[in-house]
Ligand binder design. Structure first.
Ligand code: ARG
Length: 571
């Protein structure tokens, strides 16, 4: 089916086009009527015509099928009200549509790079944001029909591995594995670092070990594998606890690109882009300068002949276009790496690896702040462990649930508290504009009121409870939507706006567009529920209202699932 918004947009677009090709009607849902088009003013200005006069011209060319009323307001707004017959037809199509009006794209491949923690290092809150935002994008893209290839670009290569392997040997393999598998990654890393800084002999051994690792020495490779595998096993536990779709198969770390780096250099040399500077091989992409206005290098190979972070990302772009056939590439990484990605993309384009037709975006995000509005740290000043946050949220949810009288068993309550805790943490992240910082405030996140994950879960569970209290069956197919009450109509328009909300979230790569939509829908439902009794209403109102409730519940549940949030049946 074609969504309500799209139908209207198509008609308006052709009416605007008739006046000036390509003019944007700027269509939005509106409070006063069903939709409002705000494009007349810009069009009037560009044509040098009085706006109200322009409104009349557009209207003259507008196909008014399904439009019950159109009014020119203010300086040229077009307020449009749809016919109830049209809304009825649209809603009835949703009854049997498990996609709730969302079309399915064919044949597009998206590579989404997210999470990307570092081996033998704790995942910090920055990785939490990347993981949560990236996973929501993965789910939205998959649902929309993309073939999504997730890439967990873990930091599994580089000079620190010399000291990490030597430290592992000092501890003995068994002990080292034990300490990593309890998740004390930072402790392990810190101990290695301390020795490296204090002990020259250890430093020498570490250096030699890096050389052995790069040279492919089998025993060294085996020890390196061990470190990587233990860390990945730990990350997988975190993903499972968070209910994130990443699997070990998605781990394609920096080391994967090693064999491609010589070709990267060769390609760049052939394209005439490589410049030697202080022994290092660099590219100076156009348009990048430092504070003094000097050209900024992207270092491909360091003066010690080692390859760095940038080389790996260049190889990754090349691989993802040439071998994975990506139509879109997303990098869900913190805002401080903005310049890195801009430079990598610029060099990749200059080298001919990245055609203009491929959408390539750094999906940047801001910081998580503590209550003091500084970077979020634990009391002792260390990075905060994700698992610890989740446990704390679950304990609070469990305590809150225990206060309510309910028929849940201890086991069920624990499971429900886990779902609420995940919803609280994920939704708080996903509902703020990702480019902004946000304060990590567990009390606010976990509240059942306000713009929170648990509130949306609760709205959904409340809807489901209506159906549990229904004695006789109900068949949504038999329903005709007459939408006599304005609260019914508002709820209906909310339900019908789901496809455009999802498309907006995908087009802008802003999951908060979907989160905001769901919150708005839940509020429309609350207003409806206050104004319109459901179970006690006489037929045919009762059937119609039940059908609206069912569509709302399905929309909330599907929408939340696309954000990676579960929608329990009962709370
Ligand atoms: N491991 C890096 C970090 O912790 C993030 C990697 C992001 N992805 C990429 N393709 N560079 O900062």
């Amino acid at each position: 089916m074609t969504g309500t918004y799209d139908v209207l947009l198509a008609r308006l677009t052709s009416a605007f086009d008739a006046v000036a090709v390509g003019a944007d009607p700027v269509l939005r849902p509106s409070e006063r009527s069903d939709y409002q088009s705000n494009g007349v003013m810009a069009l009037a200005k560009s044509q040098g015509v009085n706006p109200r006069e322009m409104a009349e011209r557009v209207l003259a060319g507008l196909d008014l099928a399904d439009v019950a009323d159109v009014e020119v307001a203010g300086p040229g707004f077009l307020n449009l009200t749809l016919t109830t017959a049209f809304l009825d037809a649209q809603l009835r199509e949703l009854v049997d549509d498990d996609r709730l009006g969302v079309g399915r794209l064919e044949g597009r491949v998206a590579v989404i790079d997210y999470s990307a923690p570092n081996v033998a290092k704790e995942m910090h809150v920055g990785h939490l944001r990347s993981t949560v935002i990236g996973d929501a994008l993965v789910r939205m893209y998959r649902f929309r029909g993309y073939r999504v290839i997730a890439r967990n670009h873990v930091g599994d290569w580089g000079t620190p591995f010399g000291m990490l392997i030597e430290h592992l040997l000092d501890l003995g393999e068994e002990e080292a594995i034990a300490s990593l598998s309890i998740g004390d990654l930072d402790g392990f890393y810190r101990a290695a670092r301390t020795k490296f800084d204090a002990d020259d002999a250890f430093k020498e051994r570490s250096r030699a070990r890096v050389v052995a690792l790069q040279g492919g020495d089998p025993e060294t490779r085996r020890l390196w594998r061990l470190l990587v595998d233990e860390s990945v096993a730990y990350f997988s536990e975190v993903y499972a606890a968070l209910d994130v779709t990443l699997t070990p198969a998605d781990v394609v770390g920096e080391s994967f690109y090693n064999p491609m780096l010589d070709e990267v250099v060769a390609d760049l040399a052939r394209a005439g882009l490589l410049v030697e500077s202080g022994g290092a091989l660099c590219v100076f992409p156009e348009g990048f300068t430092n504070r003094d206005g000097e050209p900024l290098p992207l270092i491909v190979r360091k003066s010690d002949e080692g390859f760095g972070y940038a080389a790996t990302d260049l190889a990754a772009v090349r691989d993802r276009v040439a071998n994975l056939h990506a139509d879109e590439m997303l990098y869900v990484v913190g805002a401080p790496q903005g310049q890195h990605f801009e430079m990598v993309f610029a060099v990749a384009r200059a080298a001919g690896w990245l055609p203009e037709s491929v959408r390539c975006e750094h999906v940047a995000f801001g910081n998580v702040l503590g209550p003091d509005r500084k970077m979020f740290k634990s009391r002792s000043g260390e990075t905060v462990k994700l698992i610890g946050l989740l446990d704390e949220a679950r304990d609070r949810a469990e305590a809150a649930l225990a206060l309510r009288s309910s028929s849940l068993t201890t086991q069920e309550r624990h499971e429900l508290a886990t779902q609420i805790a995940r919803a609280a943490i994920k939704y708080a992240d996903l509902s703020t504009d990702r480019s902004r910082d946000y304060v990590f405030d567990l009390d606010r996140m976990i509240a059942f009121e306000g713009d929170t994950g648990p509130y949306l879960q609760y709205a959904h569970a409340r809807l489901r409870s209506i159906f549990r209290r229904l004695d006789d069956g109900f068949d949504a197919h038999a329903v005709h939507f007459v939408l006599a009450e304005s609260a019914e109509r508002d709820l209906a328009l909310g339900i019908l706006a789901f496809p455009e909300a999802l498309d907006a979230a995908i087009a802008t790569l802003h999951p908060h567009r979907l989160a905001g939509y769901l919150f708005d829908l839940a509020q429309r439902f609350t207003a409806f529920y206050e104004a319109c009794p459901v179970l006690s209403a006489p037929e045919p109102s009762k059937g119609e209202r039940l059908a609206l409730c069912e569509l709302t519940a399905r929309t909330l549940s599907l929408g939340l699932s696309l954000l990676g949030i579960e929608a329990p049946e009962q709370m």
